[in-house]
Ligand binder design. Sequence first.
Ligand code: ZN
Length: 363
Amino acid sequence: MSDASSFSPDYVAARARFRSSAMALDCRLDAYAIDAKGPQGEELTIDFAVFGQPDPRRVVIVSSGLHGVEGYLGSAVQAALLEERLGGFIPPNDTALVLIHGLNPYGFAWTRRVNEDNADLNRNFLLPGEEYRGAPEKYALLDPLLNPPSPPMSLEPFLIKAVWNIARHGLPALKDAVAGGQFEFPRGLFFGGSGPSATMKVLDQVLPTLVGQADRVIHVDFHTGLGKSGEYKLLVDRAAGTPEAAWLAQRFGADRVQPWSSDGVSYKIRGGMGAWLQHRFPRASYDVLTAEFGTYGILRIIGSLRTENQAHQWGGMKDPATERAKRKLREAFSPSDSAWRQKTVDLGLKLVEQAIEAGMLTA
Ligand SMILES: [Zn+2]
């Protein structure tokens, strides 16, 4: 039975577990190191486990850790899959299953949502010709609230300040600053980076060898921190009302699937990985399902991101305040509550089974 024990204590253990459980099965395992190192100087890699033959027509991808610290759940689902579900699994002809572990290994290892360049990787995947410039209009107003240039103090009343700012600028302004991403404040929250990330380069290099000729790709990318605790939504890069969005809703549940719509309920972000992948593989029908599992309320999430960023940018790595900030960030994105863990791993496994069914087992 899958349960809370699928969660690993840290990046090093999570990666080792992914690799050893994949190695025990009949799959191909590849690791791609990035230049940055972990807190103990350890190597940081993005790991790929591939089931199936080369040149598949249909591919299912399950990835974890694009947002570093959010990788605990995705990694736990991958561990449970490898340890309990994929023994003896042979993909049908012309199909492949690809598991990608730790898309942002730096953030995973250092307990950050961002990568070694302080970049939010789901804002970093700009399309060719797009510039790493610009910020939502209100971001500059919120910068002093979001990014104080000093280490965190123990009893900083972020909540009071946030409520005050929301009263002045409105919650949409805060959400805009969060959802939109920005390219003008390199030490600030939700920075999209100043160029293509190591992660983008690895995917650009590796994915063509795995899905180059495919005409159908379903890619589940695990995230945490948004939405109702213990539940999940699937954000998809399809517009509401299109046949593609309807098909996804039918396969994965109309209550889960959230297409983007121009009325602003769920809008397209700039630099998202999904749109980049669709652009990168134009001959495939490529669907990225960004699976967002809820943990805590939005103000706690943003507050924990803010404090950790302050500590990481302006404090010492060994300061108790830094360690406390990282512990809180980790709890915000990977709750220690075992009921939450059991439920989300369970839901995650079912989601992957739906993806395999839709992407590999159905003609
Ligand atoms: Zn995320």
